[in-house]
Design a protein around this ligand. Structure first.
Ligand code: MN
Ligand code: MN
Length: 313
Protein backbone atom coordinates (compact mmCIF):
# COMPACT_ATOMS: atom_id res chain seq x y z
CA UNK A 1 0.00 0.00 0.00
CA UNK A 2 1.40 3.34 -1.04
CA UNK A 3 1.18 6.54 0.98
CA UNK A 4 -1.98 8.52 0.27
CA UNK A 5 -2.68 12.25 0.65
CA UNK A 6 -4.92 12.98 3.61
CA UNK A 7 -8.45 13.33 2.19
CA UNK A 8 -10.95 16.08 2.80
CA UNK A 9 -13.41 13.58 4.29
CA UNK A 10 -10.87 12.54 6.93
CA UNK A 11 -9.69 16.01 7.95
CA UNK A 12 -10.96 19.39 6.68
CA UNK A 13 -8.72 20.66 3.92
CA UNK A 14 -7.93 23.83 5.84
CA UNK A 15 -6.49 21.73 8.66
CA UNK A 16 -4.00 18.91 9.03
CA UNK A 17 -0.30 18.74 8.24
CA UNK A 18 1.37 21.38 6.06
CA UNK A 19 3.00 18.84 3.75
CA UNK A 20 2.65 18.69 -0.04
CA UNK A 21 -0.95 17.53 -0.67
CA UNK A 22 -1.03 16.60 3.04
CA UNK A 23 1.03 13.51 2.29
CA UNK A 24 2.73 11.71 5.17
CA UNK A 25 6.15 12.97 6.16
CA UNK A 26 9.28 10.85 5.97
CA UNK A 27 12.72 11.26 7.49
CA UNK A 28 14.49 10.12 4.34
CA UNK A 29 13.75 9.06 0.79
CA UNK A 30 14.09 5.36 1.65
CA UNK A 31 11.25 3.44 0.03
CA UNK A 32 9.90 6.45 -1.84
CA UNK A 33 9.36 6.63 -5.59
CA UNK A 34 8.95 10.40 -5.39
CA UNK A 35 9.96 12.73 -2.56
CA UNK A 36 8.71 16.29 -2.12
CA UNK A 37 11.44 18.56 -0.78
CA UNK A 38 11.46 22.24 0.13
CA UNK A 39 14.45 24.50 -0.44
CA UNK A 40 13.45 27.70 1.38
CA UNK A 41 16.03 30.04 -0.05
CA UNK A 42 16.09 33.55 -1.49
CA UNK A 43 19.68 34.69 -0.94
CA UNK A 44 20.53 33.95 -4.59
CA UNK A 45 17.87 36.37 -5.87
CA UNK A 46 18.84 39.62 -7.59
CA UNK A 47 15.65 41.69 -7.42
CA UNK A 48 12.74 40.92 -5.10
CA UNK A 49 13.31 38.45 -2.25
CA UNK A 50 10.71 36.31 -0.52
CA UNK A 51 11.17 32.90 -2.17
CA UNK A 52 12.32 31.58 1.21
CA UNK A 53 8.58 31.41 1.95
CA UNK A 54 7.82 29.53 -1.29
CA UNK A 55 7.82 25.93 -0.01
CA UNK A 56 5.57 26.77 2.94
CA UNK A 57 3.07 28.58 0.68
CA UNK A 58 3.09 25.87 -2.02
CA UNK A 59 2.41 23.23 0.62
CA UNK A 60 -0.45 25.34 2.05
CA UNK A 61 -2.12 25.80 -1.36
CA UNK A 62 -1.57 22.14 -2.29
CA UNK A 63 -4.03 21.12 0.44
CA UNK A 64 -6.90 21.48 -2.03
CA UNK A 65 -5.42 19.05 -4.55
CA UNK A 66 -7.21 15.74 -4.86
CA UNK A 67 -5.43 12.52 -5.91
CA UNK A 68 -6.83 11.87 -9.41
CA UNK A 69 -6.07 13.91 -12.53
CA UNK A 70 -9.46 14.14 -14.19
CA UNK A 71 -8.11 15.31 -17.56
CA UNK A 72 -5.27 12.85 -18.12
CA UNK A 73 -6.42 9.90 -16.01
CA UNK A 74 -3.15 9.93 -14.10
CA UNK A 75 -3.43 8.29 -10.70
CA UNK A 76 0.02 8.94 -9.21
CA UNK A 77 -0.75 7.62 -5.73
CA UNK A 78 -2.10 4.32 -7.07
CA UNK A 79 1.38 3.31 -8.18
CA UNK A 80 4.02 5.63 -6.67
CA UNK A 81 4.95 5.80 -3.01
CA UNK A 82 5.29 9.49 -2.20
CA UNK A 83 6.02 11.54 0.91
CA UNK A 84 7.11 15.01 1.94
CA UNK A 85 10.61 14.77 3.38
CA UNK A 86 10.68 18.37 4.59
CA UNK A 87 13.09 21.19 3.90
CA UNK A 88 16.80 21.36 3.24
CA UNK A 89 18.51 23.21 6.12
CA UNK A 90 20.11 25.94 4.05
CA UNK A 91 22.43 28.51 5.64
CA UNK A 92 20.52 31.72 5.05
CA UNK A 93 23.66 33.76 5.82
CA UNK A 94 25.84 32.04 3.20
CA UNK A 95 24.81 31.18 -0.37
CA UNK A 96 27.94 29.13 -1.15
CA UNK A 97 27.49 27.03 1.98
CA UNK A 98 23.82 26.63 1.09
CA UNK A 99 24.74 25.25 -2.33
CA UNK A 100 26.97 22.63 -0.66
CA UNK A 101 24.21 21.77 1.78
CA UNK A 102 21.68 21.33 -1.03
CA UNK A 103 24.02 19.08 -3.04
CA UNK A 104 24.68 16.92 0.04
CA UNK A 105 20.97 16.66 0.81
CA UNK A 106 20.18 15.57 -2.76
CA UNK A 107 23.02 13.06 -2.80
CA UNK A 108 21.40 11.46 0.23
CA UNK A 109 17.99 11.51 -1.48
CA UNK A 110 19.42 10.05 -4.68
CA UNK A 111 21.16 7.24 -2.80
CA UNK A 112 17.64 5.80 -2.97
CA UNK A 113 15.69 5.05 -6.15
CA UNK A 114 13.69 8.27 -5.74
CA UNK A 115 12.65 11.16 -7.97
CA UNK A 116 13.07 14.45 -6.07
CA UNK A 117 10.21 16.94 -6.54
CA UNK A 118 11.51 20.27 -5.32
CA UNK A 119 9.64 23.32 -4.09
CA UNK A 120 11.75 26.49 -4.28
CA UNK A 121 13.31 28.68 -3.44
CA UNK A 122 15.26 30.84 -5.87
CA UNK A 123 16.65 29.26 -9.02
CA UNK A 124 20.19 28.97 -7.65
CA UNK A 125 19.06 25.70 -6.07
CA UNK A 126 18.88 23.88 -9.41
CA UNK A 127 22.68 23.90 -9.79
CA UNK A 128 23.46 21.82 -6.68
CA UNK A 129 20.52 19.53 -7.50
CA UNK A 130 21.91 18.97 -11.00
CA UNK A 131 25.33 18.26 -9.48
CA UNK A 132 23.80 15.47 -7.42
CA UNK A 133 21.64 14.28 -10.34
CA UNK A 134 24.62 14.11 -12.71
CA UNK A 135 26.67 12.16 -10.16
CA UNK A 136 23.98 9.50 -10.28
CA UNK A 137 22.69 9.66 -13.87
CA UNK A 138 25.50 11.36 -15.83
CA UNK A 139 24.76 14.38 -18.03
CA UNK A 140 20.97 14.65 -18.28
CA UNK A 141 18.53 16.21 -20.70
CA UNK A 142 16.83 19.34 -19.43
CA UNK A 143 13.48 21.01 -20.02
CA UNK A 144 13.80 24.49 -18.55
CA UNK A 145 10.69 26.67 -18.54
CA UNK A 146 11.48 30.25 -17.57
CA UNK A 147 11.20 33.89 -18.63
CA UNK A 148 14.99 33.99 -18.26
CA UNK A 149 17.80 31.91 -19.74
CA UNK A 150 19.71 31.86 -16.42
CA UNK A 151 22.99 31.48 -18.30
CA UNK A 152 24.74 34.64 -17.11
CA UNK A 153 28.53 34.43 -16.76
CA UNK A 154 28.27 36.10 -13.35
CA UNK A 155 26.05 38.39 -11.31
CA UNK A 156 27.78 41.22 -9.47
CA UNK A 157 30.98 39.22 -9.84
CA UNK A 158 29.49 36.07 -8.33
CA UNK A 159 29.54 32.78 -10.25
CA UNK A 160 26.71 31.35 -8.17
CA UNK A 161 23.36 33.19 -8.24
CA UNK A 162 19.84 32.60 -9.53
CA UNK A 163 20.73 33.91 -12.99
CA UNK A 164 23.70 31.56 -13.59
CA UNK A 165 22.74 27.92 -12.87
CA UNK A 166 22.46 26.68 -16.46
CA UNK A 167 25.76 28.16 -17.60
CA UNK A 168 27.46 26.47 -14.66
CA UNK A 169 25.59 23.22 -15.40
CA UNK A 170 26.77 23.40 -19.02
CA UNK A 171 30.38 24.17 -18.04
CA UNK A 172 30.43 21.36 -15.50
CA UNK A 173 28.96 18.82 -17.95
CA UNK A 174 25.91 18.20 -15.78
CA UNK A 175 23.54 18.53 -18.74
CA UNK A 176 23.74 17.26 -22.32
CA UNK A 177 23.42 20.47 -24.39
CA UNK A 178 22.00 18.53 -27.34
CA UNK A 179 19.07 17.52 -25.10
CA UNK A 180 18.35 20.92 -23.50
CA UNK A 181 15.20 22.95 -24.22
CA UNK A 182 14.53 26.40 -22.80
CA UNK A 183 10.94 27.62 -23.19
CA UNK A 184 9.30 30.98 -22.49
CA UNK A 185 12.31 33.30 -22.60
CA UNK A 186 11.51 36.97 -23.03
CA UNK A 187 12.01 40.48 -21.72
CA UNK A 188 15.01 42.74 -21.83
CA UNK A 189 18.65 41.62 -22.01
CA UNK A 190 22.04 42.78 -20.84
CA UNK A 191 23.16 42.41 -24.45
CA UNK A 192 21.27 41.86 -27.68
CA UNK A 193 22.78 38.36 -27.97
CA UNK A 194 21.76 37.10 -24.52
CA UNK A 195 19.69 34.17 -25.84
CA UNK A 196 22.05 33.21 -28.67
CA UNK A 197 25.19 32.01 -26.90
CA UNK A 198 23.44 28.99 -25.44
CA UNK A 199 22.11 28.13 -28.91
CA UNK A 200 25.76 27.87 -29.90
CA UNK A 201 26.26 25.31 -27.14
CA UNK A 202 23.41 23.25 -28.63
CA UNK A 203 20.49 24.41 -26.49
CA UNK A 204 17.09 24.71 -28.19
CA UNK A 205 15.63 28.08 -27.21
CA UNK A 206 11.92 28.86 -27.63
CA UNK A 207 11.20 32.52 -26.87
CA UNK A 208 7.76 33.42 -25.53
CA UNK A 209 6.90 35.40 -28.66
CA UNK A 210 7.14 32.22 -30.77
CA UNK A 211 4.43 30.54 -28.71
CA UNK A 212 2.06 33.42 -28.00
CA UNK A 213 -1.59 32.48 -28.67
CA UNK A 214 -0.65 28.85 -29.38
CA UNK A 215 -1.34 25.51 -27.81
CA UNK A 216 1.89 24.07 -26.40
CA UNK A 217 0.86 20.48 -27.07
CA UNK A 218 2.69 20.41 -30.44
CA UNK A 219 5.80 21.93 -28.86
CA UNK A 220 5.73 19.26 -26.16
CA UNK A 221 5.60 16.57 -28.86
CA UNK A 222 8.61 18.16 -30.54
CA UNK A 223 10.53 18.32 -27.25
CA UNK A 224 9.68 14.71 -26.43
CA UNK A 225 10.96 13.53 -29.79
CA UNK A 226 14.11 15.65 -29.64
CA UNK A 227 15.01 14.79 -26.04
CA UNK A 228 14.28 11.12 -26.67
CA UNK A 229 15.33 8.32 -24.36
CA UNK A 230 17.56 8.83 -21.35
CA UNK A 231 17.27 10.74 -18.10
CA UNK A 232 15.72 14.22 -18.16
CA UNK A 233 15.38 16.91 -15.50
CA UNK A 234 12.50 19.41 -15.55
CA UNK A 235 13.11 22.86 -14.05
CA UNK A 236 10.06 25.11 -13.98
CA UNK A 237 10.49 28.76 -12.99
CA UNK A 238 7.08 30.20 -12.09
CA UNK A 239 8.07 33.49 -13.75
CA UNK A 240 7.67 31.72 -17.10
CA UNK A 241 3.98 32.46 -16.56
CA UNK A 242 2.58 35.87 -17.19
CA UNK A 243 2.55 38.02 -14.04
CA UNK A 244 -1.24 38.16 -14.44
CA UNK A 245 -1.28 34.48 -13.46
CA UNK A 246 1.76 34.40 -11.18
CA UNK A 247 2.59 37.82 -9.76
CA UNK A 248 4.29 36.43 -6.66
CA UNK A 249 7.76 35.99 -8.04
CA UNK A 250 11.15 37.65 -7.82
CA UNK A 251 11.79 38.88 -11.36
CA UNK A 252 8.49 39.19 -13.23
CA UNK A 253 8.39 39.69 -17.02
CA UNK A 254 5.26 40.64 -18.93
CA UNK A 255 3.68 38.73 -21.82
CA UNK A 256 4.42 35.24 -20.58
CA UNK A 257 2.78 31.83 -20.70
CA UNK A 258 -0.80 31.29 -19.66
CA UNK A 259 -1.66 28.75 -16.98
CA UNK A 260 -3.27 26.61 -19.69
CA UNK A 261 -0.09 26.65 -21.79
CA UNK A 262 1.95 25.59 -18.76
CA UNK A 263 -0.40 22.66 -18.14
CA UNK A 264 -0.35 21.66 -21.82
CA UNK A 265 3.44 21.71 -21.90
CA UNK A 266 3.86 19.59 -18.77
CA UNK A 267 1.18 17.06 -19.79
CA UNK A 268 2.78 16.76 -23.20
CA UNK A 269 6.09 15.68 -21.68
CA UNK A 270 4.60 12.40 -20.40
CA UNK A 271 6.74 9.53 -21.58
CA UNK A 272 10.11 11.15 -20.91
CA UNK A 273 12.43 9.45 -18.43
CA UNK A 274 12.12 12.19 -15.82
CA UNK A 275 14.56 11.85 -12.92
CA UNK A 276 13.78 15.08 -11.07
CA UNK A 277 11.59 18.17 -11.16
CA UNK A 278 11.62 21.55 -9.51
CA UNK A 279 9.18 24.44 -9.26
CA UNK A 280 11.07 27.57 -8.27
CA UNK A 281 10.87 31.32 -7.70
CA UNK A 282 7.52 31.52 -5.89
CA UNK A 283 7.67 34.63 -3.68
CA UNK A 284 4.47 34.65 -1.57
CA UNK A 285 4.93 38.17 -0.10
CA UNK A 286 4.34 39.60 -3.59
CA UNK A 287 1.01 37.80 -4.00
CA UNK A 288 -1.32 38.17 -1.03
CA UNK A 289 -4.02 36.29 -3.00
CA UNK A 290 -2.00 33.06 -2.77
CA UNK A 291 -2.69 32.41 -6.45
CA UNK A 292 0.96 32.08 -7.45
CA UNK A 293 1.53 29.34 -4.88
CA UNK A 294 -1.76 27.71 -5.95
CA UNK A 295 -0.58 27.62 -9.58
CA UNK A 296 2.80 26.29 -8.43
CA UNK A 297 1.22 23.52 -6.36
CA UNK A 298 -0.92 22.46 -9.31
CA UNK A 299 2.01 22.50 -11.76
CA UNK A 300 4.11 20.40 -9.39
CA UNK A 301 1.19 17.95 -9.17
CA UNK A 302 1.02 17.88 -12.99
CA UNK A 303 4.75 17.05 -13.03
CA UNK A 304 4.15 14.22 -10.56
CA UNK A 305 1.46 12.93 -12.96
CA UNK A 306 3.97 12.50 -15.81
CA UNK A 307 6.65 10.63 -13.89
CA UNK A 308 7.60 7.20 -15.20
CA UNK A 309 5.45 4.47 -13.69
CA UNK A 310 2.39 6.58 -12.91
CA UNK A 311 -0.81 4.55 -13.16
CA UNK A 312 -3.55 5.72 -15.59
CA UNK A 313 -7.25 5.06 -15.27
MN1 MN B 1 15.02 31.12 -13.43
MN1 MN C 1 13.05 33.49 -14.30
Amino acid sequence: MTNQPLGGNEMPRFAGPNTFMRLPTADSAAGLDAAFVGVPMDIGASWRSGTRFGPKAIRAESAMLRPYNMATGAAPFDSLNCADIGDVAINTFDLKDSVVRIANAYEAILSHDTVPMTMGGDHTLTLPILRAIARKHGAVGLVHVDAHADVNMQMFGEAIAHGTPFRRAYEEGLIDPARVWQVGLRGTGYTAEDFDEARGWGFQVVPAEEIWHKSLTPLAVLIRQAVGAGPVYVSFDIDSLDPAFAPGTGTPEIAGLTTMQAVELIRGLAGLEIVGCDLVEVSPPYDPSGNTALVAANLLYEMLCILPGVARR
